[in-house]
Design a protein. Structure first.
Length: 266
């Protein structure tokens, strides 16, 4: 007997979605996220291709977002409006970590004379959610909302170190270790060992694996009960900062930041 086509309800159950799952909202969010993948105004067809949704469904979603002020379009090309930033500002404004740690990032960046950033884990990626620059305003490109693979970044390895050994191994085994630079290590056993070493070392230093010519050192940011909730880093260009200098100058600044903020995070 041929297999019958699954109903929408059966598809939701297969994904693990409960009865309270709002599929229309999920589809709308998928369309918004598609803009970050295309990185330019999109046609309706392209949005349908990136989301896997029917053209008619995508059209209704885009017109709804347009009516709400989140999308601009002329029925041929569509683009996000600045109103979308309200979604990000809602997260940043309600996130206790950002509120508490931003002044400390500012101090660390000023003393280090380099960019100091804060990141959290989102699946296999890290997302930078706070950033401070020294007065000379050096920009490394790690703006708020910027994403990088977790496996080859110092903040990512710090965040992955919070996993138990068996969970870490499963996570790494499922990762696609695509090289970001010629220096990127894609050996999964070596990666697991490097992440495990973060637990005893208390920091991670990654040299040129995420960005060419850029090295970074990170420490875990823990809340009051010791749980790792974020990672703070200071980075610099290899022509300006040596590995030894990172350990001698930057690591104490990051450790002081982490110690200061821990009792303030609940």
């Amino acid at each position: 007997m041929p297999k019958l086509k699954r109903t929408d309800e059966e598809k939701k159950q297969a994904r693990g979605d409960g009865p309270e799952f709002v599929e229309a909202l999920d589809r709308g969010l998928r369309v918004i996220q598609a803009f970050s993948r295309e990185r330019r105004p999109m046609t309706l067809s392209k949005a349908a291709e990136l989301t896997g949704l029917a053209r008619a469904t995508v059209r209704r979603i885009l017109l709804t977002l347009k009516a709400s002020g989140f999308v601009h379009g002329d029925d041929r090309l569509f683009s996000l409006t600045p109103r979308v930033l309200l979604l990000a500002s809602s997260y940043l404004g309600s996130n206790q970590i950002n509120t508490v740690i931003q002044p400390l990032l500012d101090v660390a960046a000023t003393e280090a004379r380099e960019v100091c950033s804060l990141a959290v884990l989102d699946g296999d990626q890290v997302v930078f959610i706070a950033r401070a620059t020294p007065t000379r305003m050096f920009s490394s490109g790690l703006e708020i909302g910027y994403r990088l693979p977790a496996f080859c970044t110092s903040v990512g390895r710090v965040l992955l170190s919070r996993m138990a050994d068996d969970q870490l191994r499963r996570a790494v085994e499922q990762m696609s270790l695509t090289p970001m630079t010629p220096q990127t290590s894609t050996d999964k056993e070596a990666l697991i060992a490097a992440i495990a070493a973060v637990r005893s070392d208390g920091y991670s230093l990654v040299d040129g694996e995420a960005e060419p010519g850029f090295r970074s050192i990170s420490v875990p940011i823990r809340r009051y009960d010791g749980s790792i909730v974020a990672a703070a880093n200071i980075g610099g260009h290899v022509d300006r900062i040596t590995v030894d200098e990172m350990k001698e100058r930057f690591l104490p600044l990051l450790k002081q930041l982490a110690t200061t903020v821990q009792p303030l995070l609940v």
